[in-house]
Design a binder for this molecule. Structure first.
Ligand SMILES: [Zn+2]
Length: 313
């Protein structure tokens, strides 16, 4: 029994599932939905350190993905969205103390127009000594609701300003609010970023799509251990692909591993439901009116999960 358990554990550990986390504000208790206190940040960093996690740069992950290397289970990538001043003033010191690399996704308009809460270009350049700097749009729009022309022009503008202020082109892009659709993905891909990030809570392995990488948000005092246990559910979402025109979600159709016989699905506002899976095929009639302009759909089996976002346009 013991040998069997050990063998099972060894086999599972061969499947690498790294995690990309995303932070926003640091030590700004007035903004509870986007804030991480320094005490909690230190708790996360200590957890990584004492449990054998290796914090690697996005560049390191990118090289592994492009080479098709297996990705260690213990890899963690830390990203920070929006380039709030509180990263520079409160968070950066701890990243330096632990020598943990990071990728800062810059909301260009906020920095360019010197909005009070945000870092200046000087502060961003200073931060680039310790981590990577990347792009998070110009105007931080809800992209799915914008026209193709508007999205191209926003991205081009942010790209050009970034390049002139930083002296190099950005390698990575993160969607504002983590919202995207087939159309926005195509537009962003045309800018030839090496990696594109969403904010669907999922893990990353060697088979992950570099242009659709899941990131897990860490705000407040989250259960970090549980987040680190999330694994990639290898899946192919067939339906839905985008927010349905009439707002009704008729069906969920996806392919997952044939060995899975029982799974759960989740729709924002409707909670979790168990389903039987036959030969890796999930094909269920849902017929539900989507409750929000932004809805998450999850498929899950144990710790293995996959999710998509449906945004009304
Ligand atoms: Zn943002």
């Amino acid at each position: 029994m013991r040998t069997l358990l050990l063998t099972t554990l060894m086999c599972l550990s061969l499947w690498g599932d790294a995690h990309i986390f995303v932070y926003h504000r640091f030590g700004e208790s007035l903004h509870s939905s986007t804030n991480t206190s320094i005490k909690v940040l230190k708790k996360h960093f200590e957890y990584f350190k004492t449990h054998g996690y290796k914090v690697v740069s996005l560049d390191r992950l990118n090289r592994a993905l492009k080479n098709g290397d297996s990705i260690p289970d213990k890899w963690v990538v830390l990203s920070i969205d929006d380039s709030y001043k509180s990263f520079y003033e409160n968070g950066l010191e701890l990243f330096k103390e632990y020598s943990y690399p990071f990728t800062l996704f810059v909301y260009v308009e906020a920095t360019e127009k010197r909005y009070g809460d945000f870092m200046s270009w000087e502060q961003i350049r200073e931060s680039s000594k310790y981590g990577e700097i990347a792009l998070h749009s110009y105007a931080h729009h809800h992209m799915v609701g914008m026209s193709e022309r508007e999205n191209i022009s926003d991205t081009q503008k942010s790209y050009d300003i970034f390049q002139s202020k930083m002296g190099y082109a950005p390698d990575y892009y993160a969607y504002p609010y983590g919202e995207y659709s087939d159309k926005t993905e195509k537009i962003i891909k045309n800018f030839h970023f090496k990696l594109i990030m969403n904010q669907n809570a999922g893990a990353v392995n060697r088979y992950s799509n570099p242009y659709d990488l899941d990131r897990i948000a860490l705000t407040g005092d989250v259960n970090l251990k549980a987040k680190l246990h999330i694994k990639v559910l290898k899946s192919k979402w067939i339906e839905p692909k985008n927010y349905p025109k009439d707002g009704y979600l008729k069906r969920i159709h996806a392919k997952i591993a044939t060995s899975i016989q029982r799974a759960q699905y989740y729709i924002s506002g409707y909670g979790w439901n168990y389903i039987k899976v036959n030969g890796g095929d999930i094909n269920i009639t849902v017929n539900k009116k989507l409750k929000f302009s932004r809805n998450r759909l999850f498929l899950k089996s144990g710790n293995y999960q996959s999710s998509i976002i449906l945004v009304k346009n």
